[in-house]
Design a protein around this ligand. Structure first.
Ligand SMILES: C[S@@+](CC[C@H](N)C(=O)[O-])C[C@H]1O[C@@H](n2cnc3c(N)ncnc32)[C@H](O)[C@@H]1O
Length: 280
């Protein structure tokens, strides 16, 4: 696939989120897709099924809000979802998802890819209701995390439908991360790779001091979501807007909206907590 420019910024997302500078996740996803192969897809399917306990999605319509590379949408198609719709605010992300769809020879009637924001109620309403709404690592990057959650619940989740989401954990380092992300995005562009590489060196150095193997960490990381550490790291150091919350805050918010928690994977770091809810 053609390389994205080194433009890490997404002006459209800034206009929607109100964040002075919004990180372009899609530009990063383009580099991730260069390494796409059957094993990446198999890992992603395994990771999805491992958490959700859904081995197949034949009975489901699947809405992927903030599809990024499109890999999770492709997982849904692979697991037999009747219809998959992906939206994203970043043109680069949409290009990635379309690339995956055409590379895998999937018909547009089975997998629809549309530009749009999860903060746009008119768009969400026009998409209709889905039995499986999925938004992994997205809503905390909108600049309006709780309204975004409310939108998906109000417009897209069917009766008895599932809502699968992952949100950044509130952690003692969260405020520091916000400062790092702002520094990365507001500094001259050559700073970005520098800060990123310093961060990787620090992380691996700390692991070695504690007797842990960075190589093993990288291998385990891959097997967790079928994702790549070196791609995700760009999101970590650059991903703005950035919000976070505790697992309890999410569970309470969705309980108030009539959702029961089915599965939960928490983290003790500032990474993502993952939830699967069902509308009661
Ligand atoms: C960290 S990526 C996650 C991508 C994908 N869900 C995954 O799990 O790999 C966040 C994605 O959310 C998208 N995004 C950010 N704000 C959005 C909004 N308001 N509406 C729709 N997508 C948005 C970004 O463009 C980006 O592709």
């Amino acid at each position: 696939m053609t390389q994205a420019t080194q433009g890490y910024y997404n002006a459209e997302a800034s206009a929607v989120s109100g964040e002075e500078i919004s990180f372009s996740f899609g530009a990063n996803w383009k580099r991730f897709l260069d390494g796409f192969n059957d094993q990446v897809l198999a890992d992603a399917c395994q990771s999805f099924s491992g958490f959700s306990h859904f081995q197949r999605l034949d009975e489901h319509d699947f809405l992927d809000l903030g599809c990024g590379s499109g890999l999770s949408s492709l997982v849904a198609v692979t697991l037999g979802a009747r219809r998959v719709v992906s939206i994203d605010i970043d043109p680069h992300s949409l290009e990635c998802a379309r690339y995956l769809r055409s590379k895998c020879g999937i018909d547009e009637s089975r997998w629809e890819i549309r530009p749009g924001s999860v903060l746009d109620p008119a768009l969400l309403e026009s998409l209709g209701r889905f039995s499986y709404c999925y938004s992994w690592g997205v809503l905390h990057h909108t600049g309006s995390m709780w309204p975004a959650i409310a939108n998906v619940v109000q417009y897209n989740t069917a009766d008895r439908g599932y809502f699968h989401l992952a949100l950044y954990n509130k952690h003692r380092t969260s405020e520091r991360w916000l400062r790092i992300k702002r520094l990365c995005n507001r500094s001259p562009r050559f700073w970005f790779p520098l800060i990123r590489n310093l961060f990787i060196a620090g992380l691996f150095g700390k692991m070695l001091l504690r007797g842990r193997s960075p190589r093993r960490y990288l291998r385990d990381y891959k097997s967790h979501r079928g994702m790549d550490f070196y791609r995700d790291i760009d999101d970590w150091v650059g991903g703005l807007p950035y919000e976070y919350c505790t697992p309890d805050e999410t569970v309470d918010d969705l309980a108030d909206r009539g959702f029961a928690l089915l599965r939960l994977r928490t983290t003790t770091s500032c990474g993502c907590n993952e939830f699967l809810f069902q509308r009661q």
